[in-house]
Design a protein around this ligand. Structure first.
Ligand code: NAD
Ligand code: TYD
Length: 347
Protein backbone atom coordinates (compact mmCIF):
# COMPACT_ATOMS: atom_id res chain seq x y z
CA UNK A 1 0.00 0.00 0.00
CA UNK A 2 1.23 3.48 -0.73
CA UNK A 3 1.45 5.66 2.32
CA UNK A 4 0.71 8.89 0.40
CA UNK A 5 -2.93 9.93 0.40
CA UNK A 6 -4.66 10.42 -2.93
CA UNK A 7 -5.37 14.12 -2.32
CA UNK A 8 -1.67 14.80 -2.05
CA UNK A 9 0.29 13.27 -4.85
CA UNK A 10 3.85 12.39 -3.98
CA UNK A 11 6.04 12.00 -7.01
CA UNK A 12 9.45 10.40 -7.21
CA UNK A 13 11.44 12.34 -9.79
CA UNK A 14 14.68 10.63 -10.79
CA UNK A 15 17.52 12.74 -12.15
CA UNK A 16 15.84 15.87 -10.83
CA UNK A 17 19.14 17.72 -10.37
CA UNK A 18 19.94 17.56 -14.09
CA UNK A 19 18.80 19.93 -16.81
CA UNK A 20 15.26 18.85 -17.69
CA UNK A 21 14.52 17.31 -14.27
CA UNK A 22 15.37 20.61 -12.51
CA UNK A 23 13.10 22.59 -14.82
CA UNK A 24 10.38 19.98 -14.38
CA UNK A 25 10.52 20.14 -10.56
CA UNK A 26 10.25 23.94 -10.58
CA UNK A 27 7.39 23.75 -13.07
CA UNK A 28 5.53 21.10 -11.07
CA UNK A 29 5.82 22.72 -7.64
CA UNK A 30 4.65 26.02 -9.11
CA UNK A 31 1.72 24.42 -10.93
CA UNK A 32 0.52 21.93 -8.30
CA UNK A 33 0.53 23.48 -4.83
CA UNK A 34 -0.61 20.30 -3.05
CA UNK A 35 1.93 17.93 -4.53
CA UNK A 36 5.20 16.81 -3.01
CA UNK A 37 8.33 15.72 -4.83
CA UNK A 38 11.18 13.44 -3.84
CA UNK A 39 14.18 13.97 -6.09
CA UNK A 40 16.51 10.96 -6.32
CA UNK A 41 19.73 11.98 -8.03
CA UNK A 42 23.23 10.52 -7.94
CA UNK A 43 24.78 13.97 -8.56
CA UNK A 44 27.05 12.82 -11.36
CA UNK A 45 29.01 15.50 -13.21
CA UNK A 46 25.64 16.52 -14.77
CA UNK A 47 23.69 16.88 -11.51
CA UNK A 48 23.77 20.17 -9.64
CA UNK A 49 21.79 21.05 -6.54
CA UNK A 50 22.48 24.76 -7.01
CA UNK A 51 19.57 24.47 -9.45
CA UNK A 52 17.31 24.07 -6.41
CA UNK A 53 18.47 26.75 -3.97
CA UNK A 54 15.11 28.52 -4.27
CA UNK A 55 13.16 25.40 -3.23
CA UNK A 56 15.64 23.89 -0.78
CA UNK A 57 13.45 24.93 2.19
CA UNK A 58 10.12 24.13 0.56
CA UNK A 59 8.50 21.42 2.75
CA UNK A 60 7.08 19.83 -0.41
CA UNK A 61 10.57 19.12 -1.76
CA UNK A 62 12.94 16.39 -0.57
CA UNK A 63 16.32 15.62 -2.06
CA UNK A 64 17.88 12.17 -1.75
CA UNK A 65 21.39 11.59 -3.04
CA UNK A 66 21.72 8.13 -4.51
CA UNK A 67 21.63 5.96 -7.58
CA UNK A 68 18.64 4.47 -9.37
CA UNK A 69 20.79 1.31 -9.54
CA UNK A 70 20.66 0.98 -5.72
CA UNK A 71 17.71 -1.42 -5.35
CA UNK A 72 17.36 -1.08 -1.56
CA UNK A 73 17.34 2.71 -1.67
CA UNK A 74 14.95 2.80 -4.63
CA UNK A 75 12.61 0.38 -2.86
CA UNK A 76 12.53 2.48 0.31
CA UNK A 77 11.63 5.60 -1.69
CA UNK A 78 9.11 4.07 -4.07
CA UNK A 79 7.24 2.75 -1.03
CA UNK A 80 6.25 6.30 -0.09
CA UNK A 81 5.19 7.71 -3.47
CA UNK A 82 2.36 7.09 -5.90
CA UNK A 83 3.95 8.30 -9.15
CA UNK A 84 7.36 8.14 -10.77
CA UNK A 85 8.69 10.50 -13.42
CA UNK A 86 11.96 9.03 -14.65
CA UNK A 87 14.57 11.40 -16.07
CA UNK A 88 17.79 9.96 -14.60
CA UNK A 89 20.22 8.91 -17.28
CA UNK A 90 23.62 9.36 -18.76
CA UNK A 91 22.71 11.68 -21.62
CA UNK A 92 25.62 12.91 -23.71
CA UNK A 93 26.24 11.07 -27.00
CA UNK A 94 29.91 12.09 -27.08
CA UNK A 95 30.50 10.68 -23.59
CA UNK A 96 28.70 7.47 -24.60
CA UNK A 97 31.25 7.05 -27.40
CA UNK A 98 34.08 7.40 -24.87
CA UNK A 99 32.49 5.30 -22.07
CA UNK A 100 29.54 3.13 -23.15
CA UNK A 101 29.41 0.80 -20.10
CA UNK A 102 28.17 3.53 -17.77
CA UNK A 103 25.27 4.22 -20.14
CA UNK A 104 24.12 0.61 -20.02
CA UNK A 105 24.39 0.51 -16.25
CA UNK A 106 22.38 3.66 -15.56
CA UNK A 107 19.99 3.82 -18.49
CA UNK A 108 19.14 0.12 -18.78
CA UNK A 109 19.80 -1.54 -15.42
CA UNK A 110 18.79 1.54 -13.42
CA UNK A 111 15.49 1.71 -15.28
CA UNK A 112 14.86 -1.96 -14.57
CA UNK A 113 15.49 -1.43 -10.84
CA UNK A 114 12.89 1.36 -10.84
CA UNK A 115 10.40 -0.73 -12.81
CA UNK A 116 10.67 -3.62 -10.34
CA UNK A 117 10.09 -1.28 -7.40
CA UNK A 118 7.16 0.35 -9.21
CA UNK A 119 5.48 -3.03 -9.57
CA UNK A 120 6.19 -4.11 -5.99
CA UNK A 121 4.55 -0.96 -4.64
CA UNK A 122 1.62 -0.66 -7.06
CA UNK A 123 2.72 2.67 -8.47
CA UNK A 124 -0.24 4.46 -10.05
CA UNK A 125 1.72 5.94 -12.95
CA UNK A 126 5.25 5.47 -14.29
CA UNK A 127 6.21 8.15 -16.80
CA UNK A 128 9.40 7.47 -18.74
CA UNK A 129 11.32 10.28 -20.42
CA UNK A 130 13.01 9.19 -23.62
CA UNK A 131 14.46 10.63 -26.79
CA UNK A 132 13.82 10.80 -30.53
CA UNK A 133 17.36 9.42 -30.96
CA UNK A 134 16.01 5.87 -30.47
CA UNK A 135 14.70 6.08 -34.06
CA UNK A 136 18.18 6.45 -35.55
CA UNK A 137 18.77 8.89 -38.37
CA UNK A 138 16.85 10.31 -41.33
CA UNK A 139 18.46 11.19 -44.64
CA UNK A 140 19.41 14.84 -45.10
CA UNK A 141 17.08 16.68 -47.52
CA UNK A 142 14.43 13.95 -47.11
CA UNK A 143 10.90 14.93 -46.14
CA UNK A 144 10.46 11.93 -43.82
CA UNK A 145 9.88 12.40 -40.08
CA UNK A 146 9.94 10.35 -36.90
CA UNK A 147 6.57 9.55 -35.36
CA UNK A 148 5.22 7.16 -32.72
CA UNK A 149 5.12 4.45 -35.45
CA UNK A 150 8.75 4.73 -36.54
CA UNK A 151 10.74 1.56 -35.87
CA UNK A 152 13.66 1.72 -33.49
CA UNK A 153 17.12 1.95 -35.07
CA UNK A 154 19.51 3.47 -32.50
CA UNK A 155 23.06 4.14 -33.69
CA UNK A 156 25.02 5.44 -30.68
CA UNK A 157 25.65 3.74 -27.32
CA UNK A 158 23.48 6.49 -25.76
CA UNK A 159 20.51 5.98 -28.06
CA UNK A 160 20.87 2.18 -27.88
CA UNK A 161 20.69 2.34 -24.08
CA UNK A 162 17.64 4.64 -24.19
CA UNK A 163 15.98 2.32 -26.73
CA UNK A 164 16.58 -0.62 -24.38
CA UNK A 165 15.01 1.32 -21.51
CA UNK A 166 11.91 2.11 -23.62
CA UNK A 167 11.57 -1.58 -24.52
CA UNK A 168 11.79 -2.54 -20.85
CA UNK A 169 9.10 -0.04 -19.84
CA UNK A 170 6.74 -1.38 -22.53
CA UNK A 171 7.59 -4.97 -21.59
CA UNK A 172 6.67 -4.28 -17.95
CA UNK A 173 3.39 -2.80 -19.17
CA UNK A 174 2.55 -5.78 -21.36
CA UNK A 175 3.82 -8.51 -19.04
CA UNK A 176 2.93 -7.20 -15.60
CA UNK A 177 0.36 -4.50 -16.31
CA UNK A 178 2.52 -1.57 -15.20
CA UNK A 179 0.59 1.69 -15.84
CA UNK A 180 3.12 3.60 -17.92
CA UNK A 181 3.43 6.40 -20.47
CA UNK A 182 6.48 7.36 -22.54
CA UNK A 183 7.51 10.61 -24.20
CA UNK A 184 10.21 10.63 -26.89
CA UNK A 185 11.28 14.25 -27.18
CA UNK A 186 13.71 16.06 -29.41
CA UNK A 187 16.76 18.15 -28.42
CA UNK A 188 15.86 20.34 -25.44
CA UNK A 189 17.55 23.65 -24.71
CA UNK A 190 17.07 26.26 -21.98
CA UNK A 191 18.11 27.17 -18.44
CA UNK A 192 20.36 24.82 -16.40
CA UNK A 193 21.65 22.75 -19.34
CA UNK A 194 25.17 21.44 -18.80
CA UNK A 195 27.61 23.33 -21.07
CA UNK A 196 28.54 20.24 -23.09
CA UNK A 197 25.48 20.17 -25.37
CA UNK A 198 25.47 22.35 -28.47
CA UNK A 199 23.33 25.32 -27.36
CA UNK A 200 24.87 26.01 -23.91
CA UNK A 201 28.35 25.20 -25.21
CA UNK A 202 27.91 27.74 -28.00
CA UNK A 203 26.54 30.44 -25.68
CA UNK A 204 29.19 30.00 -22.99
CA UNK A 205 32.05 29.77 -25.51
CA UNK A 206 30.89 33.05 -27.05
CA UNK A 207 30.69 34.63 -23.59
CA UNK A 208 34.27 33.45 -22.99
CA UNK A 209 35.42 34.87 -26.34
CA UNK A 210 36.09 31.36 -27.69
CA UNK A 211 35.01 29.82 -30.99
CA UNK A 212 32.02 27.47 -31.24
CA UNK A 213 33.06 23.96 -32.39
CA UNK A 214 30.99 22.57 -35.29
CA UNK A 215 31.27 18.87 -35.99
CA UNK A 216 31.97 17.97 -39.63
CA UNK A 217 30.23 20.30 -42.05
CA UNK A 218 27.50 21.51 -39.66
CA UNK A 219 24.72 20.43 -42.02
CA UNK A 220 23.22 17.95 -39.55
CA UNK A 221 19.66 18.68 -38.47
CA UNK A 222 18.02 18.45 -35.05
CA UNK A 223 14.56 19.42 -33.83
CA UNK A 224 14.82 21.96 -30.98
CA UNK A 225 12.39 22.06 -28.04
CA UNK A 226 12.42 24.77 -25.36
CA UNK A 227 12.58 23.00 -21.99
CA UNK A 228 9.50 24.77 -20.54
CA UNK A 229 7.47 23.54 -23.51
CA UNK A 230 8.73 20.04 -22.80
CA UNK A 231 7.57 20.35 -19.16
CA UNK A 232 4.06 21.37 -20.23
CA UNK A 233 3.93 18.38 -22.61
CA UNK A 234 4.91 15.96 -19.82
CA UNK A 235 2.29 17.55 -17.58
CA UNK A 236 -0.47 16.90 -20.12
CA UNK A 237 0.61 13.31 -20.70
CA UNK A 238 0.65 12.65 -16.95
CA UNK A 239 -2.71 14.35 -16.44
CA UNK A 240 -4.28 12.41 -19.30
CA UNK A 241 -3.33 9.01 -17.76
CA UNK A 242 -3.77 7.04 -20.99
CA UNK A 243 -1.61 4.14 -19.98
CA UNK A 244 0.44 2.31 -22.59
CA UNK A 245 0.63 5.43 -24.79
CA UNK A 246 3.72 6.98 -26.31
CA UNK A 247 3.99 10.59 -27.52
CA UNK A 248 6.67 12.14 -29.65
CA UNK A 249 7.38 15.74 -28.57
CA UNK A 250 9.14 18.34 -30.72
CA UNK A 251 9.44 22.09 -31.09
CA UNK A 252 9.85 22.91 -34.78
CA UNK A 253 7.99 22.45 -38.04
CA UNK A 254 10.93 22.93 -40.36
CA UNK A 255 14.50 21.71 -40.60
CA UNK A 256 17.31 23.93 -39.29
CA UNK A 257 20.90 22.72 -39.75
CA UNK A 258 23.28 23.00 -36.79
CA UNK A 259 25.30 25.69 -38.51
CA UNK A 260 22.18 27.87 -38.80
CA UNK A 261 21.32 27.36 -35.11
CA UNK A 262 24.84 28.48 -34.18
CA UNK A 263 24.56 31.44 -36.60
CA UNK A 264 21.31 32.49 -34.89
CA UNK A 265 23.04 32.36 -31.49
CA UNK A 266 26.02 34.37 -32.80
CA UNK A 267 23.66 36.98 -34.22
CA UNK A 268 21.51 37.21 -31.08
CA UNK A 269 24.71 37.71 -29.05
CA UNK A 270 26.13 40.29 -31.49
CA UNK A 271 29.19 38.09 -32.04
CA UNK A 272 31.08 37.91 -35.36
CA UNK A 273 29.54 35.36 -37.76
CA UNK A 274 32.91 33.59 -38.10
CA UNK A 275 33.36 32.93 -34.35
CA UNK A 276 33.09 29.21 -35.05
CA UNK A 277 35.43 26.44 -36.05
CA UNK A 278 34.86 23.18 -37.88
CA UNK A 279 36.25 20.28 -35.87
CA UNK A 280 36.56 16.53 -36.36
CA UNK A 281 33.11 14.98 -36.78
CA UNK A 282 31.46 12.80 -34.15
CA UNK A 283 31.78 9.05 -34.88
CA UNK A 284 28.51 7.67 -36.27
CA UNK A 285 27.01 11.19 -36.29
CA UNK A 286 23.25 10.95 -36.95
CA UNK A 287 22.46 13.25 -39.87
CA UNK A 288 18.94 14.37 -39.32
CA UNK A 289 16.21 14.23 -36.68
CA UNK A 290 12.82 15.64 -37.58
CA UNK A 291 9.76 14.83 -35.53
CA UNK A 292 6.10 14.76 -36.38
CA UNK A 293 4.52 15.76 -33.06
CA UNK A 294 0.94 15.90 -34.37
CA UNK A 295 -0.32 13.09 -32.07
CA UNK A 296 0.18 15.07 -28.86
CA UNK A 297 -1.41 18.11 -30.53
CA UNK A 298 -4.44 16.21 -31.80
CA UNK A 299 -4.98 14.05 -28.71
CA UNK A 300 -3.97 16.40 -25.90
CA UNK A 301 -4.05 19.87 -27.44
CA UNK A 302 -0.34 20.52 -26.78
CA UNK A 303 1.87 22.68 -28.92
CA UNK A 304 5.09 24.55 -28.22
CA UNK A 305 4.52 28.09 -26.92
CA UNK A 306 8.02 29.44 -27.55
CA UNK A 307 9.68 29.93 -30.95
CA UNK A 308 13.32 28.94 -31.44
CA UNK A 309 14.39 32.59 -31.60
CA UNK A 310 12.52 33.49 -28.39
CA UNK A 311 13.77 30.38 -26.60
CA UNK A 312 17.38 31.03 -27.62
CA UNK A 313 17.06 34.66 -26.47
CA UNK A 314 15.74 33.58 -23.05
CA UNK A 315 18.49 30.97 -22.79
CA UNK A 316 21.23 33.45 -23.72
CA UNK A 317 19.94 35.90 -21.08
CA UNK A 318 19.98 33.16 -18.45
CA UNK A 319 23.59 32.13 -19.20
CA UNK A 320 24.64 35.80 -19.30
CA UNK A 321 23.16 36.30 -15.81
CA UNK A 322 24.44 33.02 -14.35
CA UNK A 323 28.14 32.81 -15.10
CA UNK A 324 28.74 31.60 -11.53
CA UNK A 325 26.62 28.54 -12.38
CA UNK A 326 28.34 27.45 -15.60
CA UNK A 327 31.93 28.69 -15.28
CA UNK A 328 32.99 26.20 -12.57
CA UNK A 329 31.40 23.35 -14.58
CA UNK A 330 33.51 24.22 -17.62
CA UNK A 331 36.67 24.39 -15.52
CA UNK A 332 35.92 21.06 -13.79
CA UNK A 333 35.25 19.36 -17.15
CA UNK A 334 38.32 20.68 -18.99
CA UNK A 335 39.64 17.13 -19.52
CA UNK A 336 36.46 16.07 -21.32
CA UNK A 337 36.57 19.03 -23.72
CA UNK A 338 40.25 18.35 -24.46
CA UNK A 339 39.61 14.66 -25.13
CA UNK A 340 36.48 15.22 -27.22
CA UNK A 341 37.49 18.00 -29.60
CA UNK A 342 40.11 17.59 -32.29
CA UNK A 343 40.97 19.78 -35.26
CA UNK A 344 39.44 18.67 -38.56
CA UNK A 345 42.93 18.10 -40.06
CA UNK A 346 43.36 14.98 -37.88
CA UNK A 347 40.39 13.24 -39.56
P1 NAD B 1 21.24 15.61 -17.66
O1 NAD B 1 22.46 14.88 -18.11
O2 NAD B 1 21.28 17.09 -17.60
O3 NAD B 1 20.84 15.11 -16.20
C1 NAD B 1 20.79 13.77 -15.85
C2 NAD B 1 20.61 13.68 -14.34
O4 NAD B 1 20.54 12.29 -13.99
C3 NAD B 1 21.77 14.29 -13.55
O5 NAD B 1 21.27 15.10 -12.51
C4 NAD B 1 22.50 13.09 -12.99
O6 NAD B 1 23.15 13.34 -11.76
C5 NAD B 1 21.36 12.09 -12.84
N1 NAD B 1 21.83 10.70 -12.83
C6 NAD B 1 22.70 10.11 -13.69
N2 NAD B 1 22.89 8.82 -13.33
C7 NAD B 1 22.10 8.60 -12.24
C8 NAD B 1 21.84 7.47 -11.43
N3 NAD B 1 22.46 6.30 -11.64
N4 NAD B 1 20.96 7.60 -10.42
C9 NAD B 1 20.32 8.78 -10.18
N5 NAD B 1 20.55 9.88 -10.91
C10 NAD B 1 21.42 9.79 -11.93
O7 NAD B 1 20.07 15.09 -18.57
P2 NAD B 1 18.81 15.83 -19.19
O8 NAD B 1 19.23 16.53 -20.41
O9 NAD B 1 18.12 16.57 -18.11
O10 NAD B 1 17.93 14.59 -19.64
C11 NAD B 1 16.92 14.05 -18.79
C12 NAD B 1 16.23 12.90 -19.51
O11 NAD B 1 15.68 13.39 -20.74
C13 NAD B 1 17.17 11.75 -19.89
O12 NAD B 1 16.47 10.54 -19.68
C14 NAD B 1 17.43 11.97 -21.37
O13 NAD B 1 17.70 10.75 -22.03
C15 NAD B 1 16.12 12.58 -21.82
N6 NAD B 1 16.24 13.45 -23.01
C16 NAD B 1 17.04 14.56 -22.98
C17 NAD B 1 17.10 15.38 -24.10
C18 NAD B 1 17.93 16.64 -24.11
O14 NAD B 1 17.97 17.32 -25.15
N7 NAD B 1 18.55 17.03 -23.01
C19 NAD B 1 16.39 15.05 -25.25
C20 NAD B 1 15.61 13.88 -25.25
C21 NAD B 1 15.53 13.11 -24.11
P1 TYD C 1 24.14 17.66 -28.80
O1 TYD C 1 23.76 18.96 -28.17
O2 TYD C 1 25.32 16.93 -28.26
O3 TYD C 1 22.84 16.74 -28.79
P2 TYD C 1 22.57 15.32 -29.55
O4 TYD C 1 23.87 14.74 -29.94
O5 TYD C 1 21.90 14.54 -28.48
O6 TYD C 1 21.69 15.66 -30.71
O7 TYD C 1 24.40 17.92 -30.35
C1 TYD C 1 23.43 18.54 -31.16
C2 TYD C 1 23.98 18.60 -32.57
O8 TYD C 1 25.08 19.51 -32.58
C3 TYD C 1 24.53 17.27 -33.06
O9 TYD C 1 24.29 17.17 -34.46
C4 TYD C 1 26.01 17.38 -32.80
C5 TYD C 1 26.29 18.86 -32.98
N1 TYD C 1 27.37 19.41 -32.15
C6 TYD C 1 28.38 20.17 -32.74
O10 TYD C 1 28.41 20.40 -33.96
N2 TYD C 1 29.36 20.67 -31.94
C7 TYD C 1 29.38 20.44 -30.60
O11 TYD C 1 30.33 20.91 -29.91
C8 TYD C 1 28.34 19.68 -30.01
C9 TYD C 1 28.33 19.40 -28.53
C10 TYD C 1 27.34 19.18 -30.82
Amino acid sequence: MNSASTSQRTILVTGGSGFIGSNFIHYWLKTYQDDAIINLDALTYAGNNENHVQIADDPRYTFVKGSICDAALVDSLVKSVNRIVHFAAETHVDRSILEPALFLETNVLGTQVLLDAALRHDIQHFHHISTDEVFGTLALEADTQFSEDTHYDPRSPYSASKAASDHLVRAYGETYGLPYTITNCSNNYGEYQFPEKLVPLAITNILEGKKVPIYGNGKQVRDWLYVQDHCSAIDLVIKNKKFGETYVVGGLSQDIPNIDVVSMILELMNAPSDQLEFVKDRAGHDERYSVNWSKITTNLGWKPAVSLKEGLQKTIEWYEANESWWKPLKIANKDFYEKNYQPISQE
